[in-house]
Ligand binder design. Structure first.
Ligand SMILES: *[C@@H]1O[C@H](CO)[C@@H](O)[C@H](O)[C@H]1NC(C)=O
Ligand SMILES: *[C@@H]1O[C@H](CO)[C@@H](O)[C@H](O)[C@H]1NC(C)=O
Ligand SMILES: *[C@@H]1O[C@H](CO)[C@@H](O)[C@H](O)[C@H]1NC(C)=O
Ligand SMILES: *[C@@H]1O[C@H](CO)[C@@H](O)[C@H](O)[C@H]1NC(C)=O
Ligand SMILES: *[C@@H]1O[C@H](CO)[C@@H](O)[C@H](O)[C@H]1NC(C)=O
Ligand SMILES: *[C@@H]1O[C@H](CO)[C@@H](O)[C@H](O)[C@H]1NC(C)=O
Ligand SMILES: *[C@@H]1O[C@H](CO)[C@@H](O)[C@H](O)[C@H]1NC(C)=O
Ligand SMILES: *[C@@H]1O[C@H](CO)[C@@H](O)[C@H](O)[C@H]1NC(C)=O
Ligand SMILES: *[C@@H]1O[C@H](CO)[C@@H](O)[C@H](O)[C@H]1NC(C)=O
Ligand SMILES: *[C@@H]1O[C@H](CO)[C@@H](O)[C@H](O)[C@H]1NC(C)=O
Ligand SMILES: *[C@@H]1O[C@H](CO)[C@@H](O)[C@H](O)[C@H]1NC(C)=O
Length: 659
């Protein structure tokens, strides 16, 4: 939800008052102005003046816990009959939410200039999970208008002339080619999409996106978001102060009758794909919406129920203002390094996720991340966020959410799972992969592609909230175990020793373990998952670098235990059977690399392969012709190092094997 910062700048004080009035940190924004978080610089970034996404400033790791915590942890699993397992979860549980206004930077310039790093990042998840969920929307969806053409063949453009004092969000114009861009992506990697319906104006609704998306995306379309945080509409002046869940329901009725009267849904498919109520738990509780009869009334039309929630906001740093109290990230770091963060945030939704089950609906966290208004410097962009995001995702799965989309914006935020380089640097810089992406990769493997996976947050007597543990089950039997260690202690004194046993089952002679690792919770860049990394800022073409490192741990077959060590800090995913490992790590990988260019007018210092890989967008502007070959069936690739040309306009992709 929230505000576009461009209009906010012109009405700064109004914006600020509203933002600060928002209790519970619901608001998110796409920010296009410098973030003021550097007010609390600690070390490297003291003189940094660039955009937020690449700010190198790091925090100080928190002290080791005192008194000491339980570090030798018995994990007693049961081979069958474990109570309280979650609903069955999909490997695509952890998806991405892309602010609509930045899709031309992240997905591609147009349907023939796709961002190859994006394809690779999605392919990595697909390899482990089978598919990927991506939501295109956010506050900029609310006034998005489908137009026939835009200048210079652009696929989207902010119409700043349309900004008025009350709407505060510049209307976004987009063309059908944005939808073709999405569908072309889905033809390479198994990405399925959510789109937002513009909801500020309901008389009449602008249904252009619905008709076009159904036609162009077909089965790759998962749902249409019916309103973005409607319980904040009154606060922002989009609805009268009396606006209630009943009024929102009335608008859904209006939508359906307008779809019928205009013929906007010729296949009859779109009107069954609504996602609601997408509230921020700000002015309305979920129960108030359920008790309005929402789900029963629109049961045939609702594909998913959904909410949006951020644990807190960093809006003062994003917007400043005369009375803004900018939060020192160091003062909130420890709030991200504890499992309690997740149980507290999710507890208010447990009744709703049970309710959703009784109605046969999935329940999504439609937009979230570490803090709204861009996240916190040193937290959202460090290893802390990788551990936090993975624990959060697993706790949502345990809590019977059925998916969660982690938000990304432009250059001026800290929390991006991945960031394309600034346009003016895209000829020599590659992408920056953030900690949340590593969490998504590990989550995809934790759940895997079986569709039979259930998750349980395991209680152990005297367990510290610094060392949460999950059992992961398929067909009722434990297959994987996830062990976190949020403590930062290089001495080894706080390493976890998790002693796994299986009642009613037999411990294997050995188990395989993959680690999510960094030297400290405050480390930026160079995080590793099973030994592979996407490097530092500007270092990635979306393919993992380095050799995969899967540890083998010998078990004690006499005692019937396996002891897994987890460094402080760190995370371990333990595969209890070989099948548990191969089902999600053995799938053929598909990755894309652009080939070297034969001609370049660019500066001689730029390696052509790097140039080609970094961004097709700039290639086009410099008219660097690539080679086109006939399209080939990307997903049929089985063997490593099979090079297949994929024609994507002038971007030539090579299919190979990275992992
Ligand atoms: C199942 O979960 C509920 C709610 O958290 C709890 O009260 C109950 O004790 C759990 N049952 C078992 C057998 O652990
Ligand atoms: C999740 O749903 C399952 C199945 O209904 C239930 O047993 C379990 O207690 C629920 N978990 C939570 C945390 O509510
Ligand atoms: C995409 O952009 C390139 C370069 O601007 C252009 O040549 C191409 O025709 C565009 N493709 C579409 C489908 O508009
Ligand atoms: C931009 O908005 C203005 C005012 O709403 C409108 O008149 C104009 O047609 C819009 N321009 C485009 C390209 O959509
Ligand atoms: C991408 O979309 C365009 C429509 O602009 C279409 O002509 C083209 O065939 C698509 N390319 C691929 C590789 O699917
Ligand atoms: C749970 O949700 C249902 C449906 O809204 C409601 O009737 C019930 O009172 C709620 N229970 C609690 C404990 O909030
Ligand atoms: C800032 O604080 C001062 C003093 O408390 C108050 O008079 C003023 O109205 C506040 N301004 C804003 C924009 O909140
Ligand atoms: C790119 O633009 C940003 C923001 O205007 C600026 O800070 C940076 O120095 C520019 N980079 C280059 C290489 O010109
Ligand atoms: C899991 O479900 C998806 C549909 O949601 C389906 O496409 C896929 O084939 C299923 N996977 C398995 C292993 O059954
Ligand atoms: C839990 O901690 C208390 C106090 O330190 C101790 O007395 C008790 O034995 C512990 N329980 C277990 C199961 O370790
Ligand atoms: C990440 O690794 C690169 C290459 O080894 C190195 O140059 C860089 O300093 C590392 N960055 C951090 C934050 O460790």
């Amino acid at each position: 939800m929230g505000f576009e910062s461009t209009p906010c700048r012109s009405v700064r004080s109004l914006c600020l008052v509203l933002l600060l009035a928002i209790a519970g940190a619901n608001c998110d924004v796409t920010i296009y102005q410098p973030n003021k978080q550097a007010a609390f610089t600690q070390s490297a970034g003291a003189t940094y003046s660039g955009v937020a996404a690449y700010n190198p400033t790091s925090l100080s790791a928190p002290p080791v816990p005192s008194p000491t915590i339980l570090t030798t942890i018995p994990i007693q699993l049961q081979n069958a009959g474990t109570p309280n397992l979650s609903v069955k979860q999909k490997g695509s549980f952890m998806g991405f939410s892309i602010e609509m206004s930045v899709t031309n930077q992240v997905l591609g310039k147009n349907s023939t200039f796709l961002q190859v790093p994006f394809l690779n990042l999605m392919a990595n998840i697909q390899q482990r999970a089978g598919s990927v969920m991506v939501r295109v929307g956010g506050n900029t969806q609310e006034s998005a208008t489908l137009v026939d053409t835009l200048d210079n063949g652009r696929i989207l453009e902010k119409n700043l002339t349309g900004v008025t004092g009350t709407t505060q969000t510049p209307p976004l114009d987009f063309t059908r080619d944005l939808l073709y861009t999405m569908s072309n992506i889905s033809s390479f990697v198994n990405v399925h999409w959510f789109l937002g319906l513009p909801w500020f104006v309901t008389q009449p609704f602008n249904l252009g996106i619905m008709t076009a998306a159904d036609e162009i995306l077909g089965d790759y379309l998962l749902g249409f978001q019916a309103g973005n945080e409607p319980d904040m509409y009154a606060l922002h002046g989009h609805r009268p102060s009396t606006y209630s869940p009943y009024d929102y329901g009335g608008e859904i009725s209006d939508l359906l009758s307008q779809i019928a009267s205009t013929g906007a849904d010729p296949t009859g498919r779109s009107q069954k794909l609504l996602v609601g109520p997408n509230i921020a738990d700000f002015a309305w509780t979920p129960e108030q919406v359920w008790d309005s009869g929402f789900v029963d009334t629109f049961s045939d039309n609702l594909a998913y129920l959904a909410v949006e929630k951020y644990p807190r906001d960093n809006c003062a740093a994003a917007f400043g203002g005369p009375n803004a109290t900018v939060v020192d990230p160091q003062s909130v770091l420890d709030l991200y390094l504890t499992h309690d963060a997740h149980t507290t945030l999710l507890q208010p939704y447990l009744n709703s996720t049970m309710y959703a089950q009784t109605k046969g609906k999935g329940f999504l966290m439609f937009e979230t991340n570490s803090a709204s208004c861009g996240g916190f410097l040193g937290i959202s962009d460090s290893f802390t966020a990788a551990l936090w995001g993975l624990d959060y995702a697993l706790q949502m799965a345990h809590s019977n959410f059925t998916g969660a989309m982690f938000h990304l914006g432009g250059q001026n935020v800290f929390y991006n799972p991945f960031t394309s380089p600034p346009t003016n640097e895209s000829t020599f810089h590659q992408w920056t992969v953030g900690p949340i992406y590593y969490a998504a990769l590990a989550m995809a493997e934790a759940i895997g592609p079986s569709n039979e996976t259930q998750v349980l947050n395991i209680g152990v007597p005297n367990l510290s909230s610094l060392t949460p543990i999950y059992g992961i089950y398929e067909n009722g039997a434990p297959v994987r175990v996830a062990v976190f260690n949020y403590v930062d202690d290089p001495s080894g004194a706080n390493d976890v020793h998790a002693i796994i046993s299986i009642a009613g089952g037999t411990i294997p002679a050995s188990v395989k373990v993959k680690y999510l690792a960094a030297k400290t919770v405050v480390q930026k860049g160079n995080i590793t998952w099973a030994g592979q990394t996407f490097g530092d800022n500007f270092a990635s073409d979306g393919r993992p670098m380095g050799d995969e490192d899967i540890q083998t741990v010998t078990c004690d077959t006499t005692a019937q235990t396996c002891t897994i060590d987890v460094p402080a800090p760190g995370f371990a995913l333990v595969f209890l059977t070989d099948a548990a490992l191969t089902e999600n790590a053995g799938a053929p990988s598909i990755t894309f690399a652009t080939t070297a260019q034969t001609k370049t007018r660019n500066t001689a210092t730029v390696d052509a392969a790097v140039l080609a890989t970094s961004n097709g967008y700039r290639m086009s502007e410099h008219e660097l012709a690539g080679t086109s070959k006939a399209p080939s069936a990307a997903r049929a690739v089985q063997a490593p190092l099979v090079a297949v040309g994929l024609a994507m306009g002038t971007v030539l992709a090579v299919v190979g094997r990275a992992i």
